[in-house]
Design a protein around this ligand. Structure first.
Ligand SMILES: *Cc1c(COP(=O)(O)O)cnc(C)c1O
Length: 401
């Protein structure tokens, strides 16, 4: 499965006179609308860090989404959309006493947790709050496995939610995160098994959670692997496993179980693209004596493409021959790199050359696709004097705002 760039996005990129990050709001809305259709009844809480751009957040909130916030500042940004505070939860298991108190003052009543220490702090600084306990997952099958730092064992989860009840909190739920850009249905299956393995002993103790939070991890569809082949994410299979898993868990509990998801990447990655430009296409001898071409672009790891080691973004050179063109003589193989003085600022770790037009000249525009997730949040402030990319949102058939 691959995604084609929308006419709106293409028009907005083509109209850009200078570098920028462009979001296609209609595309994000359409992507959002597919989730309730595929997973009926699931409440979507957008993981704000994937795209902390006010216009994008407002468009999701208007559609009915809530937010998974990870800090008081993210809660404030989420509230700014006008979303009711009960559609925002504090989804970060890592938080200080001051963070908990600040969130509570802002009206947050639902908190993620994964340790007895954190639960005690929530009881003290957000008395009476609802907590959901995050279970550990292996992260296997994901491009970014979120294991070890977060999540607890089944035994710990029972202990944590029992402690929560004893300190006057509401043991309201369980959560998982299967890892970002999870590419297997099996990981989801294992997550449902882990959830079932806690729901059952909890029921024995008279603790009946009212919801399960399935976290993020749904894939983007437009990435390439390091060799330039589409990173085929089996989205349909994953959605089937999720539907079956929800039914399975619902059958295990006495009270109705609500389901929450916290997609980030899946909603925005393929609907954001970078308009960058060519610095220079060069040819030099490498340390091993071979000659190699390097294509330097104005955007790289530190100004929008932090994830470019793990995924390859499709590149489009709109003013030169199509990069998939037939005329081999018009192309050369080049390692692509960003503009900074850091050697890590190279696409694919600088080890995977890409086919690019031979005629590329300084100033030529380049479009970098499927770059909408985590672009602004991972941008540095002025590395080598390079400012963060301006961000614009396109809407409507013309692609203009
Ligand atoms: C980052 C994050 C998400 C979003 O993950 P994606 O893989 O982008 O969908 C969801 N939940 C939590 C708790 C997160 O930290």
């Amino acid at each position: 499965m691959t995604v084609e760039i929308s006419a709106r996005l293409a028009a907005a990129l083509a109209a850009a006179p200078a570098d920028r990050l462009v979001y296609d709001l209609d595309g994000i809305e359409a992507q959002y609308d597919r989730l309730p259709a595929e997973l009926p009844g699931v409440r979507v809480r957008f993981a704000l860090k994937a795209c902390p751009v006010d216009e994008v957040l407002r468009c999701l909130a208007d559609r009915g989404a809530g937010f998974d916030a990870a800090s008081p500042a993210e809660i404030v940004q989420a509230l700014h959309t006008g979303v009711p505070v009960d559609r925002i939860h504090y989804g970060n298991t890592v938080k200080s006493d001051a963070d908990i108190a600040a969130a509570h003052r802002l009206g947050i009543r639902t908190f993620a947790t994964d340790s007895v220490q954190d639960v005690r702090a929530i009881a003290e600084h957000a008395p009476g709050a609802r907590v959901f306990c995050r279970l550990a997952t292996s992260g296997d099958g994901a491009l970014w496995g979120l294991n070890r730092k977060f999540g607890c064992s089944a035994e710990d989860a029972v202990r944590i939610l029992t402690t929560a009840r004893a300190c006057g909190l509401v043991p309201a739920g369980l959560s998982v995160h299967v890892g970002s850009q999870q590419l297997t249905g099996e990981a989801w299956q294992q997550a449902f098994d882990a959830l079932a393995g806690v729901l059952v002993p909890l029921a024995g103790l008279g603790i009946v959670p009212d919801h399960v939070n399935l976290g993020g991890g749904l894939p983007a569809l437009g990435y390439l692997d390091r060799h330039g082949n589409p990173l085929d994410a089996p989205l349909d299979k994953i959605l089937t496993v999720i539907r079956e898993g929800m039914e399975y868990l619902s059958g295990l509990t006495a009270a109705p179980l609500a389901f929450v998801m916290e997609p980030g990447r899946h909603l925005v990655a393929d609907h954001g693209a970078v308009r960058a430009h060519v610095y220079r296409l060069t040819e030099r001898a490498q340390p091993d004596g071979t000659r190699a071409r390097w294509l330097y672009l104005s955007v790289g790891k530190f100004n929008g493409l932090y994830e470019m080691d793990q995924v390859r973004h499709r590149l489009v050179f709109p003013t030169r021959a199509d990069a998939d063109g037939e005329d081999d003589a018009a192309y050369v193989s080049a390692v692509v790199a960003g503009p900074t003085c850091d050697s890590d600022d190279a696409y694919g770790g600088g080890r995977h050359p890409v086919r690019v037009p031979r005629a590329l000249a300084s100033g030529d525009p380049v479009w970098i696709l499927s770059a909408g997730a985590y672009a602004t949040s991972y941008t540095t402030q002025g590395f080598n004097g390079i400012r963060p990319l301006p961000c614009v949102c396109a809407r409507g058939p013309e692609g203009h705002h």
